[in-house]
Design a protein. Structure first.
Length: 137
């Protein structure tokens, strides 16, 4: 679990950096920003290596997490988003994602454990949010 949380902190940090178009972000700048964020949020002093940030950028560019981040390298050293309005935190759900969530809700509703009051509350909240999203599409 900590590795996933740390990765998420790095992704969000890289996203924040690349959205800031006032600065030219080198790999070293991104490494430093990720190391600082991990220290501030988790107290991790070890820092991050350049290879980790490079792998994070590859994952953010790919479909593995659904980000498809338009990260580009310009002047062979600086990183930025090719779309200045892009952010991983504003990545909308696709209709396929919504259909999968609806199926998951149905499966969980049919499960024996759904008698749990807390589970019902969570499912209702997710279902309501999903319907709100679908009504805007």
């Amino acid at each position: 679990m900590p590795a996933n949380k740390n990765a998420l902190i790095r992704y969000k940090t890289i996203d924040n950096c690349l959205r800031n178009r006032c600065k030219r972000w080198t790999l070293d700048d991104l490494v430093e920003a990720c190391s600082d964020a991990l220290y501030d949020m988790e107290g991790i002093r070890k820092g991050v290596c350049a290879r980790t940030v490079q792998m994070d950028i590859q994952i953010m560019r790919s479909d593995k997490l659904g980000y498809f981040a338009p990260i580009e390298v310009y002047d062979r050293i600086y990183y930025r988003y090719s779309d200045p309005d892009y952010s991983i935190s504003q990545n909308p759900l696709s209709l396929d994602d919504c259909e999968l969530i609806k199926k998951a809700i149905t499966l969980l509703n049919n499960k024996k454990d759904s008698d749990n009051d807390e589970t019902r509350k969570v499912l209702t909240k997710v279902q309501d949010r999903l319907m709100t999203i679908l009504n805007f599409v």
